[in-house]
Design a binder for this molecule. Structure first.
Ligand code: FUL
Length: 584
């Protein structure tokens, strides 16, 4: 099947098509259905009204703020004193105004992260703002944010971490009750909530036990209390794209056989299909043909404007070249962008982030607002009418230039929005050919642009200078069988800390828990860090900077491995370790 749709005849593309039965949110294939039937039915799965509204809002801001902001960590261990939480000038109006001006339509706050500290005065635990010095324990960050959202016309979403490293009852049924009670407070006392985010990370609680979550009960609580909200990640409305680096897939299906965790059969079916959120193909003919049902489960790209999710003084926002790429590879690849902007220790969005947000907004406005007709162009935006399903499987785009048609772009999926860039060309006309689809496609070109990509700039650099080091040697401590990496110098060095850069790849090749020792003579060793954690390293494998509480003088340093991100005491095959000197 080959359709030619020119820019001028787009509006007619869908006319004359017979009404077909559509399946909201998912469809179970009839027993014994063949692949052709399955593909055809998959093309008729459509979003719920809540999912549709959500997919049509391209930009949501994430606000990672809480105990980690004050301890300078990515994952807290739940033992932090509430005394540490004390933002001097917390101003949610500044957050929301900044984000509104930058084009965001919703903000999602980490009401509770894995350390269990609650940003609202919950009745469920004393581990909350009520026990902190901030506003003499009378503050409520969620209530402040609600007021600011109302003031500026912003939607509100809430992140409530199921993993809780503080709750004593974690690892028992009582924790599910506690979680439901927290959810009930948040979804009852703070007005309309449009997205609820249940993170997928699940480690041990304070007793070393893991929790069996009652996902269905959590979901039903949310549906009862906020029926218009979508449930993200471990819910069945919004899917995690599979990485925290800001990349949607080139082939990104909103219809997938991957079963959301909320269903009891998720693990067995996903295992049989050999699929998870990170799989490269989530909705192609190959996987749909093997499945017995499919879901409308569209992707959300969550990524931070900085390397970490929480504010760290030594980090800087990504350069505009990276921000532009993130936009094209999220919003431009059939996903929404959930961009994290972490408020700082004062409780404000930092000046550097405000500036980057303004530049980001300006770049989008300047490059994508004017839907110019062909002339000089290097970008095309395509859309499918997803109210009728996601159907296009293969297409290309041609321009008429110098009297002949030439192909400038090609792709597989379109979905809600697909943006493709190519070398600039002076075009008299443009056409879009659908080469393969699941039933009658409804797709169109919505704009052509001449996009100016920001000049490439390198990303984050540590403000601590590197100490020149002899190559890392990998050795084993014989008695404990605890592998370690060691660096030795022939004269003493002053060390402020180090950076460990995980090699991209498997979680088993990344260090999660570690100790650090230094030595003046290579014989006697002193621990400078015990059971440190590179929190969230598997999902977000960025360089991990560790700064010691005070600089140390040493001739050798060791990084001892307690656990990889895969939970084993093994040495990754290769690591990159850079010792740091104090700042000048
Ligand atoms: C992850 C968490 O572990 C991170 O800390 C962060 O909250 C990110 C958005 O989700 O799974």
């Amino acid at each position: 099947m080959k359709h030619l749709i020119s820019l001028l005849t787009l509006a007619c593309a869908a006319s004359g098509v017979q009404a077909e039965e559509l399946f909201v949110k998912g469809v179970v294939f009839p027993e014994g259905a063949d692949s052709i039937t399955k593909i055809e039915l998959a093309g008729r799965v459509v979003p719920t009204p809540q999912q549709l509204a959500w997919q049509q809002r391209p930009l949501t801001a994430f606000l990672h703020f809480g105990m980690n902001t004050f301890t300078n960590r990515e994952w807290g261990d739940g033992k932090e004193s509430p005394e540490l939480f004390n933002p001097k000038s917390l101003d949610t109006d500044q957050w929301v105004r900044t984000l509104k001006d930058a084009g965001f339509e919703m903000v999602i706050l980490t009401a509770k992260h894995h350390d269990g500290f609650c940003l609202w005065p919950t009745a469920t635990t004393s581990h909350s703002v009520a026990s902190s010095p901030w506003r003499d324990g009378k503050g409520d960050v969620v209530a402040d944010l609600r007021r600011s959202c109302d003031k500026y016309g912003m939607k509100l979403g809430l992140y409530l971490s199921p993993w809780d490293r503080n709750a004593q009852c974690y690892g028992s049924e009582a924790y599910n009750d506690l979680f439901v009670a927290q959810l009930t407070e948040l979804l009852t006392n703070y007005g309309k909530v449009d997205e609820v985010w249940f993170d997928g990370a699940c480690g041990e609680g304070p007793n070393g036990k893991k929790q069996v979550y009652d996902w269905l009960r959590f979901r039903d609580t949310m549906r009862d209390l906020q029926p218009d909200a979508v449930l993200a990640i471990t819910g069945d409305d919004v899917r995690w794209v599979g990485n925290e680096g800001g990349r949607g897939r080139e082939t990104e299906w909103s219809v997938t056989p991957l079963v959301p965790k909320v269903y009891a059969f998720a693990d067995s079916v996903n295992k049989a299909l050999d699929m998870n959120e990170m799989s490269p193909s989530l909705g192609g003919r190959d996987v749909v043909s093997r499945a017995s049902q499919v879901f409308w489960w569209p992707a959300e790209v969550d990524v931070s404007i900085r390397p970490g999710w929480f504010y760290h003084e030594t980090e800087q926002p990504h350069p505009m070249s990276r921000m532009a790429r993130i936009y094209l590879e999220s919003v431009g690849r059939n996903a929404t962008l959930l961009l994290n902007i972490p408020p700082d220790t004062d409780g404000l969005i930092s000046p550097a982030d405000c500036q980057r947000l303004a530049e980001f907004h300006n770049w989008i406005q300047t490059n994508f607002q004017k839907k110019q007709l062909p002339g000089r162009i290097n970008c095309v935006e395509l859309r499918e009418d997803i109210t009728q399903g996601q159907r296009v499987e293969q297409f290309d785009v041609e321009v008429l230039a110098g009297g002949s048609w030439q192909k400038v772009a090609e792709g597989t999926t379109i979905g809600n929005r697909r943006i493709l860039t190519f070398d600039p060309v002076d075009a008299d006309s443009i056409r879009f050919n659908i080469l393969s689809s699941r039933g009658e496609p409804r797709a169109e070109i919505v704009g052509t642009y001449l996009v100016k990509m920001p000049a490439a700039e390198s990303d984050f650099k540590s403000p601590y200078p590197a100490v020149s080091a002899t190559p890392v040697r990998k050795l084993y401590v014989a008695d404990k069988q605890q592998p370690y990496y060691e660096i030795v110098w022939n004269k003493p060095q002053t060390l402020a800390g180090f950076v460990y850069t995980p090699a991209p790849g498997e979680a088993g090749d990344m260090i999660y828990r570690y100790d650090v020792e230094v030595s003046a003579n290579g014989k006697k060793w002193t621990k400078v860090e015990t059971t440190g954690e590179f929190g969230n390293i598997a999902a977000n494998p960025i360089p991990q900077e560790v700064i010691f509480s005070a600089p140390v003088k040493a001739r050798a340093i060791r990084l001892l491995i307690r656990e990889t991100a895969f939970g084993e005491t093994l040495a990754p095959s290769a690591i990159s370790l850079t010792p740091l000197a104090p700042k000048e």
